[in-house]
Structure formats: structure tokens, C-alpha cells
Design a protein around this ligand. Sequence first.
Ligand code: FES
Length: 141
Amino acid sequence: MAYSDKVVDHYENPRNVGTLDKASTEVGTGLVGAPECGDVMRLQIKVNPTTQIIEDAKFKTFGCGSAIASSSLATEWVKGKTVAEALAISNTDIVKELALPPVKIHCSVLAEDAIRAAIGDWKKKNGQPESEPALVGAAVN
Ligand code: FES
């Protein structure tokens, strides 16, 4: 199976690889694993406490090329967004952008899960309910 050019680009030049200070209250860490293959992804965000804008994001992924590309793309996409906007990113957006084949869809799910887990961790640290949108006025599901 051939990877798309975008997957290869992210795989060869991954954006935002690294680690943020897990102890900081501005940092949320999401660590997720895919039961299908055992691949593991860690995604971290750094949120401005006043604006709730994600100012930085880093990832480390032990997994396939699609998982690395999905997490690399996810860090690019969340940067500059508010927490609420980042929660709206779905794995189908990632599938579309990277042209992932059906067998690799779970790699993009991992990235969506990692974003949500990182935001959940940040919310927990900041006394916000994990399952509800961060901003008032948004619909509660
Ligand atoms: Fe499992 Fe890609 S093959 S994350």
C-alpha cells in the first residue's frame, strides 16, 4: 500500500515533535493507544489561560507512518485555535487531508482521541468539567 504524498511529507518532516512540561497547569497531555495495532500517541497542548488559545502543541508517536502523519497534522491544526475549536477537529478531517485508505482510518482516530485526551487533561487541571465545552454559551451534549 502506498502512502499519499502528504503522509510521506509529514512522516519525513514531522512538525512539532517533542515534549512540553507536563507539570505546568497550562499544559494538557493526552496519551492514547490503538488496540488494533498497539501503536501509541502522545499529544500535548499549551493553552493561554486568558484567551484559551492553544499556543503550542507537541507530539511523540510510536506507530505507523499514518499515525505519525496524523499526529503531526493534528499539532499543526490545533495551534492557534481555541480549546473549543480544537475539539471540533474530527478524524474524518484528517482522513480527508491525508487521503488515508480505510485500513488506516484508526490511525486518524488515534489523533482525534489524543487531541481530546490532551484537552480533557488540561480541563481537569483547570477545574473545568472534562466532558463539557470549555467556553460558556456552547451547547452541552
Ligand atoms: Fe495502527 Fe497506524 S497502523 S496507528
